[in-house]
Design a protein around this ligand. Structure first.
Ligand code: NAD
Length: 355
């Protein structure tokens, strides 16, 4: 066994119903006095409740998926105008992403720490990856200074996430686990985290779907989402993430749902060429094979099945396949060709049986 693994410095505070307390402890420890809260839509009310006792100088509610540069510019200007000394992001990957865009711009002698309070299973809170969009093109990068210093997980804050969004977001987390098994920097530590992530999501998501108001399933799902994101941050983007990145950028498809639809097709494509990863995934799913485990879980969750329903035009398959092959990650278990990726995308578009 031979590998190099970076463990990122981050504190995790996990406790249902304890977000306000945990946030107050973090702000006190930082000695922060000028808090900027980033939260929009349904997360705004949650954020107001859990930050009520903090020294908030600005509440920022312009949050847009994929962080358009002009949205980042306005948030940075607000942070400067209010002279903030900490960012608290409450919401999904879009709120965390905006906090990262603001922290990215902070001067190196006055860094802006982020405390993330995730309300979906996207996992951005556990990665040093930022992303911004300009004129339809998403640029991403990796910077340690955008990694949230602390993540406050409170499953009670996810009770309002609809079953549909919970399922899509949970399958986005599951995709981090699966792809981390063969991504460019995969290693035994990432694989261990991924396997436990699959186990937690496999247990948690059906509970969330069956009983959305019950906390234990939500806790398992959040815990699995965290593990998945830590593995993903370390292992990097594999074939699945490259495909979803291309589709999201080209056709402006919804992030989590795209992952949910594409995942079984990439798993079916790679699994025969990655027997060890497939066996570990099968064990984590508690199924005869990784593909069967994922298929059964998706059935129980009534997961989204087609790229067509997400709004992808069928005539885009060819161009997307070429873009995927051009961005193909090194060391995918199976070599990929434009024809094979086009067939995979066609199957995902139509909702055919993954092969
Ligand atoms: P999102 O943050 O846009 O949230 C999706 C929807 O869910 C929104 O309408 C939001 O208002 C709603 N919502 C969130 N929490 C809710 C709650 N508790 N109750 C009710 N509604 C709630 O989407 P997302 O899937 O969480 O994140 C996607 C974004 O994150 C994308 O831009 C993606 O690229 C990015 N992302 C980045 C990383 C990274 O490592 N940098 C990782 C994963 C995702």
């Amino acid at each position: 066994m031979r590998f190099v693994h970076d463990t990122l410095p981050q504190r995790v505070r996990f406790g249902s119903g304890e977000a306000a307390e945990h946030l107050a402890a973090e702000i006190a420890e930082l000695g922060a006095a000028r808090v900027m809260v980033i939260a929009s839509g349904s997360s705004r009310e949650l954020a107001e409740r859990i930050t009520a006792g903090l020294p908030v100088v600005h509440r920022h509610d312009e949050v847009v998926m994929h962080v358009p540069v002009e949205v980042a510019r306005r948030a940075r200007a607000a942070a400067a105008a209010h002279d903030v000394d900490v960012l608290v992001a409450v919401g999904g990957g879009s709120a965390t992403g905006l906090a990262k865009a603001v922290a990215l711009d902070a001067p190196s002698d006055a860094p802006l720490p982020i405390i993330a309070v995730p309300t979906t299973y996207a996992g951005s809170e556990a990665t040093p990856v930022w992303g911004m969009t300009e004129a339809g093109t998403k640029t991403t990068g990796t910077e340690r200074r955008v990694l949230p210093r602390t993540v406050v997980y409170d499953a009670a804050l996810t009770l309002s996430l609809s079953v549909e969004l919970s399922v899509a977001s949970g399958l986005n987390a599951l995709a981090h686990c699966v792809d981390s098994m063969w991504a460019p920097r995969t290693d035994p530590i990432n694989q261990a985290l991924s396997a436990e992530g699959v186990r937690a999501l496999r247990d948690g998501l059906p509970q969330v779907a069956a009983e959305p108001e019950s906390l234990p399933g939500r806790e398992q799902a959040l815990y699995g989402a965290y593990l998945s994101a830590v593995a993903f941050a370390s292992a990097g983007s594999g074939l699945h993430h490259k495909i979803c990145h291309v589709l999201g950028g080209m056709f402006n498809l919804p992030h989590a749902q795209t992952h949910a639809v594409v995942l079984p097709h990439v798993l079916a494509f790679n699994a025969p060429a990655a027997p060890d990863a497939a066996a570990r995934l099968a064990a984590a799913f508690d199924a005869r094979s990784a593909n069967e485990g994922l298929a059964l879980l998706r059935l129980r969750l009534d997961a989204p099945r087609t790229l067509r329903e997400l709004g992808m035009p069928h005539e885009g398959v060819g161009a997307a396949a070429e873009a995927v092959v051009a961005a193909a990650p090194a060391g995918n278990p199976r070599p990929i060709t434009v024809d094979e990726i086009a067939a995979l995308l066609d199957a995902a578009w139509e909702g055919k049986e993954p092969r």
